[in-house]
Design a protein around this ligand. Structure first.
Ligand code: MRU
Length: 342
């Protein structure tokens, strides 16, 4: 089953806020509904929100194709583009996909051509994601040994992409190749993507795993129960700084302290060669996500909370970055450039 799918009558997404209890599809008929789905995290994960934004532009084009001149249509697409761009700030894939969509419509010279170009491009971005995750799985599985116990954080699985996953794509590929692996999934407060989504995917795939709370990782490493750490990424800068779910940096420091490899898996569309780490915006989300669990308040009235959604792991803590174009090793300024140009 796909996380997001283009169909003739609309874009269908799995509502990730309802998992693991209910598997519900949301039908999006316009770009505004897609934008809201990204903001509410009904769809989330860097590659998936890129695909969603692309499909949002395609929906916008379909809606306005018969109601104006080419210039008017392009103006409408630009409005949709700006709305979708404002949904979440950190994941590179969202902006990368929107840039591709803008190039697709810029070259169109008739209203009918514009619809075809943007619909084709959105479907292509979606299909490319599936292929990229398979390639990441293939390259990454070579770094996994029989018997490995792997810690992963947040959800970098099929639900964060179109269907196969990045970090979970590697885990899946290693498992499919017959290696006996065991996964520790950290629950990932505040929104519990590890407990709700990664556990759901691992269970569905029949991959052996245990769920842990975020504060158990150091203890497990000290007891020599973890061999490798493997996570996804929302944005990677040219010198290998990795922006990923809050808590990732702590795990990278712990891996270093315990002499464990720390791997990041991401498609080259997550790599941003044009930005320096200090300019990456770390999304600040509603403090209520920290103060409440399932609508139940867990802190005294009047308590204030912080809620940065991502953190930054310096490249010196990253053993390798597994991309769809091969594995990049330090020094990253050279290896990431080569992977992206590959
Ligand atoms: O806030 P989220 O759930 O969108 O954050 C997702 C992550 O941090 C993932 O690890 C990242 O997007 C990689 S997904 C293949």
């Amino acid at each position: 089953m796909k996380t997001i799918e283009w169909r003739e009558d609309g874009v269908y997404i799995i509502d990730q806020t309802k998992l693991p209890h209910q598997l519900v599809l949301i039908k999006c008929e316009d770009y505004e509904r897609i934008a809201i789905a990204i903001e509410r995290m009904e769809i989330r994960g860097a590659p998936a929100i890129g695909v969603a934004a692309a499909m949002g532009i395609a929906l916008a084009a379909k809606k306005v194709a018969n109601c104006g001149s080419l210039e008017e249509i392009k103006k409408e697409l630009d409005k949709a583009w700006r709305r979708l761009q404002r949904t979440r700030p950190t994941a590179r894939n969202l902006f990368w996909a929107l840039e591709r969509m803008k190039s697709a419509w810029s070259s169109a010279d008739s209203p009918s051509q514009i619809v075809k170009k943007v619909v084709d491009e959105a479907i292509k971005i979606s299909e490319e994601d599936v292929a990229a995750c398979r390639a990441i799985g293939k390259f990454g599985a070579e770094l996994i040994s029989d018997g490995d116990r792997i810690l992963t954080h947040c959800n970098a699985g099929g639900l964060a992409c179109v269907e196969y996953g990045t970090a979970l794509g590697v885990i899946r590929a290693a498992h499919e190749s017959g290696k006996k692996i065991f996964v520790y999934a950290s629950e990932t407060r505040p929104l519990l993507q590890g407990a709700r989504l990664t556990a759901f995917e691992l269970k569905t795939e029949g991959i052996p795993f245990k769920l842990i709370t975020d504060n158990m990782a150091a203890h497990l490493m000290q007891r020599r129960l973890i061999d490798k750490v493997l996570v996804g990424a929302d944005r990677i800068t040219r010198d290998g700084y990795v922006f990923n779910k809050i808590g990732t940096y702590g795990l990278a420091l712990l891996a270093k302290a315990h002499g464990l490899p720390f791997y990041v898996a991401a498609p080259v569309s997550t790599i941003d060669l044009d930005i320096t780490p200090d300019r990456v915006i770390i999304e600040e989300r509603d403090p209520n996500e920290v103060l409440y669990i399932n609508n139940v308040r867990i802190a005294p009235e009047g308590t204030k909370a912080l809620n940065p959604a991502f953190d930054m792991t310096p490249g010196e803590l990253v053993s390798a970055i597994i991309t769809d174009k091969g594995v990049a090793y330090p020094p990253y300024d050279l290896s990431l450039l080569l992977r992206q140009r590959n």
